[in-house]
Design a protein around this ligand. Structure first.
Ligand code: FAD
Length: 326
């Protein structure tokens, strides 16, 4: 019951200001977002890769309001890629990006006076073309150092635009990945379309507050849908990325992979930094590719609130630390 309330709170500017400014918030935030700058995150990357883990790096900050902020987001990723180049990690460190941060939700520059879009962006609302223009140099720079980019999935209204950008990028950079969310009714169809040779697809349960008209609401239904989607990906020709901390899903993924004739390395597990960290190491030791989604940056509010919403115990932990420090 608490999850949807926290997700609704994640959209509140007032709460954002209060929570972001409270000094006691910081240690709790650090559990999930271990740095604010690229200099703070580089030692984390070095440490994780030296322990056999792989990474996907997320610069947090999806709630942008101007094209200048979208360009700054692009530049933050380009700065990260410069640092990764020096580390020479190849695909062991890739990037995850949210297109909203690249301008996807901004008003389209192609919008006419009567409010209608024109030109190639006409099929999509807002800053579809702007997001594509900003993300392309990041994908190019990643490819130049031998790594890849995965497009995160945000709320359901953004997905047609995300998949269109994914398809466009894949024409030049076929290794560009994308994310599908098992809680959405549409996702089995998306999985069938994406389970093709050369395609990299992360499947997750889904972290946004979605209406019952588009998404399963009950955990049991979402878990069943996840397994159906995962089976499609494992039986297909693409490269599945299993994004879940759920021990049952991890077990079932191994079984589905075995039945589909996939060896460790023909798919990978992905988990979030700060969640079930011993499991990251255990799976890597078993010979699996284990990629840790590692977020950093100053604008961590939305990312942090989604982590609280996923597990109400995190909220209690957070509240306890606030109360005991006052
Ligand atoms: C690598 C990765 C990338 C992701 N990318 C996206 C994306 O692009 N779009 C999107 O909508 N969602 C994304 N998510 C989030 C995802 O949708 C889920 O909200 C999240 O993974 C929780 O679901 P679960 O599969 O871990 O299972 P759950 O059933 O929620 O959790 C299983 C167990 O994992 C542990 N756990 C789960 N979440 C937490 C937490 N926050 N804190 C502490 N313990 C926890 C608990 O022990 C819990 O019992 C991503 C998740 C991962 C792992």
């Amino acid at each position: 019951m608490l999850g949807p309330v926290i997700l609704a709170a994640s959209r509140s500017d007032r709460l954002r200001r209060v929570i972001s400014a409270a000094p006691v918030t910081k240690p709790v935030v650090n559990r999930f977002i271990p740095g604010e700058s690229v200099d703070q995150i580089v030692p984390i990357i070095v440490d994780a890769t030296s322990r056999g883990l792989e990474l996907t790096m997320d610069v947090v900050g999806e709630d942008i309001t101007t094209p200048g902020q979208a360009a700054a987001a692009r530049d933050a990723y380009l700065e990260l890629i410069e640092h990764l180049k020096a580390l020479d990690l190849g695909t062991r460190a890739e990037m995850s990006v949210k297109l909203s941060m690249f301008g996807q939700a901004l008003p389209s520059p192609a919008t006419t006076l009567n409010g209608e879009a024109s030109g190639p962006a006409a099929a999509f609302q807002g800053g579809h073309e702007l997001a594509l223009a900003n993300v392309r140099p990041v994908v190019e720079a990643a490819a130049a150092i031998g790594t890849t980019v995965t497009l995160d999935a945000e709320d359901h209204t953004t997905l047609d635009s995300m998949f269109a950008i994914h398809e466009e990028l894949r024409k030049d950079f076929p290794q560009t990945g994308c994310v599908i969310q098992a809680y959405l009714f549409r996702t089995e169809d998306d999985a069938r379309r994406l389970a093709a040779a050369g395609s990299r697809v992360r499947v997750v349960k889904g972290a946004y507050k979605e209406p019952a008209s588009v998404a399963y609401q009950e955990k049991a239904e979402i878990d069943k849908a996840y397994i159906r989607v995962l089976r499609i990906l494992m039986e297909g020709d693409g490269y599945p990325m299993v994004g879940s901390h759920d021990p049952r899903i991890v077990e079932i993924a191994q079984e589905l992979a075995r039945r589909a004739g996939r060896k460790p390395g023909d798919f990978e597990f992905q988990m979030l930094y700060g969640i079930r960290s011993e499991e990251h190491v255990r799976l890597a030791r078993e010979g699996h590719r284990m990629r840790v989604y590692t977020a950093y940056g100053t604008d961590w509010y939305g990312y942090f609130m989604r982590r609280l919403a996923e597990k109400p115990a995190n909220l209690l932990f957070f509240l306890r630390s606030v109360l005991t420090k006052n």
